[in-house]
Ligand binder design. Structure first.
Ligand code: ATP
Ligand code: MG
Length: 564
């Protein structure tokens, strides 16, 4: 049974735990409508983990006829940049989601946060602390040691207001002081031991420029952003579970306009992959990959360039589901999602990666026979393409052998003196092998068997199999980029070693192949199945009719489907 009946938008009782909570909240009138948000920090490009969070937040809003905001959680100006702000919006749109209203920024609430900081000071619930980071950490104690009250904590409201104003005015340097909540230095939850609300950072901000030299902490900002936007269900990852009491403390102790609630779910982790913007940035900065959207990257833009479709990423998110405990998803599941999509939807084409020339000796030079081939075996609506059959062709070097002892079962390709079918064309026979002085095969001379296009050959002629081919005179050369995993370790960032030591040195192989002529008309980002080779996509940035460039999306063989 499926968990949701999307046709009627009515989730069934057996949905994931978040669906169940929302359903209950709506039924009991705790909320009138659902408002979620996706809150990235613009300090890097989005990765596959973020994509699942996007699908979850936007998906829940869609499912319950609610809204989802896109909000940049931009409280950390040193690491953030406008290029990331732009790329993130493009990624969310590409995944097929529409945020409610304008894009939002935490930074547009800075005035309000500042007012709320003053409010807490006036209530005696916040104070300026002049301790340096080291003594602050020491005096907060630890799990076994209660915190110690220092002189700053005993300051009067007036003194705190004056000190905080000095902080804001830039009279103190970074690290000299901070604003802290006055909660409980004995609290068993360390996050409640007078957390920092504001710190001094004398750096300009990509949205607010030089206006501020103090910036709110994540904790002081996030829940209040949610409250300002009327978020009902604020879904974050598990590491924020211990921050929830603090999230709730702010909502309780501030005159906020609404009462959001925080829920946590497990991060999506994938084997053979790192999903951390910081680590992905290192791969870019250290030149391991060419860019954030390098097709080997698990970024949304990298996957897009690799040939993943929005539908496949949404499907993958559905497959990993929503869990409350950490786990590691198998990357082959993601690969299964895209393979399945492309198998159903991608047009077929032929490309020869490692060309070996075949001369059809009984076809005169200059003669071109046009072979019609379906673009997709099950989708006549995708039409046909024309394959020029000419005297000189290419087949793949691995599709020919002189070893006549190989059984028909083992080698279903072309063997000296035997027959094979060329896909969508004739049955041919290998008559003669031509070699250079080193003994390397340079050409195979073959003859075609007339009347075998779409027809069985005459009695006694038994082709071993069907192979792909491209006309050597009408085909086009193309740059073909074949990818392997970026990491050769199943858990690259989980051990003691630096994850960079597990980079696969052979993750990219560039070959010059021959592609059928129709492929020069491929639109950038159009995906194909190159028959018998795998799924490929016309490169989004570099493919053109004059210089065709294809990226390998994924091979044909599904390792995941066999496991389940
Ligand atoms: P990173 O470590 O990659 O920077 P982050 O959590 O710091 O991740 P944010 O920009 O703060 O990145 O994340 C935006 C949203 O995406 C948050 O709600 C976060 O919980 C969610 N998110 C981030 N990584 C994952 C993941 N691997 N799986 C699911 N959700 C994620
Ligand atoms: Mg973060």
């Amino acid at each position: 049974m499926s968990t949701t009946d999307t046709s009627s938008n009515k989730p069934s009782k057996s949905g994931n735990f978040l669906e169940q909570i929302i359903e209950k909240d709506l039924k009991e009138g705790v909320v009138q409508s659902v408002q979620t948000r996706f809150p990235p920090e613009p300090n890097g490009y989005l990765h596959i983990g973020h994509a699942t969070s996007i699908c979850l937040n936007f998906g829940l809003a869609e499912q319950f006829n609610g809204q989802c905001n896109l909000r940049f959680d931009d409280t950390n100006p040193e690491k953030e940049e406008q290029v990331y702000v732009d790329a993130i919006q493009e990624d969310v749109r590409w995944l097929g989601f529409k945020w409610s209203g304008e894009v939002r920024y935490a930074s547009s609430y800075f005035d309000q946060f500042y007012q709320w900081a003053l409010y807490l000071i006036k209530e005696g619930k916040a104070y300026v602390d002049h301790q340096d980071a080291e003594s602050m950490a020491k005096n907060r104690g630890d799990f076994n040691t209660p915190g110690v009250e220092t002189e700053c904590r005993k300051r009067s409201v007036e003194e705190n207001l004056a000190e905080f104003e000095k902080m804001r005015a830039g009279e103190y340097e970074e690290g000299q002081c901070s604003l802290r909540a006055r909660i409980d230095l004995q609290h068993s939850n360390m996050n409640m031991r007078d957390p920092i609300l504001y710190r001094i950072r004398k750096v300009p901000h990509h949205q607010t420029g030089d206006k501020w030299c103090i910036y709110p902490s994540y904790d002081f900002a996030h829940g209040q952003e949610d409250a300002i936007e009327g978020v009902t269900h604020s879904i974050c990852t598990l590491e924020f579970q211990d921050h929830r009491p603090l999230y709730e403390w702010f909502i309780e102790n501030l005159p906020v306009p609404s009462r959001p609630r925080q829920y946590e779910f497990a991060r999506t982790n994938l084997n053979y992959t790192v999903t951390s913007k910081r680590k992905l940035k290192r791969l870019v900065d250290e030149g391991i990959v060419q860019s954030w959207d390098d097709p080997r990257m698990p970024t949304v833009s990298g996957m897009r360039r690799r040939g993943y479709t929005p539908a496949s990423i949404r499907k993958f998110s559905e497959m990993v589901g929503v869990s409350r405990s950490d786990g590691i998803a198998d990357v082959s599941m993601l690969e299964h999602a895209i393979r399945d999509d492309l198998n159903n939807n991608a047009a077929r084409a032929m490309a020869v990666m490692n060309p070996l020339k075949v001369v059809i000796t009984n076809l005169p030079e200059g003669e071109v026979q046009e072979m019609a081939a379906a673009a997709h075996p099950n989708k006549p609506e995708l039409g046909e393409r024309t394959l020029p059959f000419t005297r000189e062709l290419y087949i793949d070097r691995s599709d020919f052998t002189e070893d006549t002892t190989l059984s028909r079962k083992k080698f279903k390709r072309l063997v000296s003196g035997e027959y094979v079918r060329l896909r969508s064309a004739y049955v041919i026979k290998s008559d003669e092998v031509i070699k250079d002085e080193q003994g390397k095969i340079t050409e195979i001379h073959c003859s075609y068997v007339p009347d075998t296009v779409g027809e069985n050959p005459p009695e006694g002629i038994r082709p071993r199999g069907v192979i792909h081919w491209v006309s050597a005179t009408h085909g086009k050369q193309a740059e073909i980029r074949k990818y392997d995993r970026l990491f050769n370790h199943p858990a690259p960032d989980k051990g003691d070693e630096d994850f960079m030591t597990h980079v696969n040195p052979a993750s990219l192989e560039v070959v010059t192949g021959w592609v059928e002529p129709s492929l020069v008309d491929a639109e950038p980002e159009q995906g194909f199945q190159f028959e018998r080779e795998g799924y490929f996509v016309a490169d989004r940035r570099e493919h053109s009719a004059t210089k065709p460039v294809f990226n390998m999306t994924i091979g044909l063989k599904d390792t995941w489907a066999n496991k389940v």
